[in-house]
Design a protein around this ligand. Structure first.
Ligand SMILES: Cc1cc2nc3c(=O)[nH]c(=O)nc-3n(C[C@H](O)[C@H](O)[C@H](O)COP(=O)(O)OP(=O)(O)OC[C@H]3O[C@@H](n4cnc5c(N)ncnc54)[C@H](O)[C@@H]3O)c2cc1C
Length: 330
């Protein structure tokens, strides 16, 4: 019996029986993909709402290489490496670029899956290629950045037909010519010539102030994505809610701040059983007191329903929720 409570940051009680842990490339070859298989990294974007009766494949591949070129660095990291550890380590070595993405929990292999992003930067900006093995056929793949089809918290790896694509390593390119990226409101206090270390320290401090630490209050970070809507829909909502928080995207659409929408519905601090909306950051749902999977699904339903009733927008979960059989659609 494999205890999943400590294997996902929302820490709901759950177990799995059929688990393969990958420590080395040889372990990959032995995996037999099944229709109910699920690939798990560090579990900070996955929520087990009940015991998992499928086949769990836990990736723990480690390794790294850094090659200095004239104008930058090629950094290759195995999928089981810890993301934040490498953000800090590269900055220590004078290799900059990842500082806005500091303190995002999880593994390197999951970073391309949802194209992790924070404070105005997405990891796709630095990804040269993603390597792995399609566990269904045993065929190796190497996708270029373009082939990954990155979008907002999205990539090909999120599509059902790529569920068996195990990422084994990610190759990044970090140019030597570096400029701080300070457009995000939380970074406006920094001087325009801030160093990468200053940006890193600032991002860490802001995150520690604003987000609950999963080791203290279990959570999975932003539970919902910020909804992206057309300009027509946006005009309609803005007429009724002139103070709405939003960002205009490069392609002329509008991204609404999901946390603000939840807050406006008066849902901050809403509790269902042991699950709740976080008091400081409404976009984060938390396991505040021995929540069950049922508490959390009911809470997520309530939040979505009330936001839809008030604003006419359905929030989509950012997290991967699983029940006993596999991915759960809210
Ligand atoms: C407190 C907190 C703050 C967070 N802040 C942010 C943030 O600012 N920005 C952000 O983008 N995210 C954030 N997240 C979400 C999370 O950290 C990221 O999604 C992270 O990349 C998940 O890594 P993981 O290894 O834990 O993934 P898991 O939860 O284990 O897996 C996530 C998805 O990736 C797939 N996957 C994992 N490893 C592999 C692999 N090797 N090959 C193929 N598929 C794989 C899984 O099947 C699953 O679909 C936050 C989470 C927490 C708990």
């Amino acid at each position: 019996m494999f205890d999943l409570k400590k294997r996902h940051s929302f820490a709901l009680p759950a177990c799995a029986n059929h688990v393969d842990v990958i420590h080395a490339p040889d372990d990959v070859r032995k995996i037999i993909w099944q229709d109910d298989s699920y690939i798990l990294g560090a579990g900070s974007n996955t929520v087990f709402t009940s015991d998992f009766e499928g086949h769990l494949i836990v990736n723990r591949l480690l390794g790294s290489s850094i090659v200095e070129l004239d104008d930058g660095y090629k950094v290759s990291l195995a999928a089981g490496e810890n993301w934040h550890h490498w953000v800090a380590r590269l900055i220590d070595q004078g290799i900059f670029g990842f500082e806005n993405l500091a303190l995002i929990p999880g593994s390197v292999g999951a970073a391309p899956v949802q194209n992790i992003g924070a404070y105005g930067v997405e990891v796709a900006k630095f990804i040269e290629s993603v390597e792995g093995v399609d566990l269904r056929t045993g065929t190796a793949f190497q996708f270029t950045n373009k082939e990954c089809n990155f979008g907002y918290r999205d990539s090909v790896f999120k599509r059902a037909e790529y569920a068996s694509f195990l990422i084994t390593s990610v190759e990044f390119y970090l140019p030597k010519a570096w400029q701080p990226c300070l457009e995000y409101p939380d970074l406006k206090d920094l001087p325009t010539d801030a160093s990468a270390i200053q940006v890193f320290d600032h991002v860490v401090a802001v995150r520690q102030r604003k987000l609950p630490d999963p080791m203290v209050i279990p959570n999975a970070g932003s539970f919902f994505k910020n909804p992206v809507i057309t300009s027509d829909e946006f005009r309609r909502i803005k007429q009724r809610h002139p103070d709405i928080r939003y960002f205009e995207t490069a392609d002329g659409q509008f991204k609404l701040a999901a946390g603000w929408l939840i807050e406006q519905c008066g849902l901050k601090s809403l509790r269902i059983g042991g699950a709740g909306v976080h008091q400081r950051q409404a976009l984060v749902l938390v396991n505040s007191n021995q929540a069950t999977g049922r508490d959390l699904t009911e809470l997520a339903h309530q939040v979505r329903k009330q936001v839809a009733q008030r604003f006419g927008v359905w929030l989509e979960p950012e997290v991967r929720m699983l029940d006993n059989r596999g991915l759960l659609t809210l």
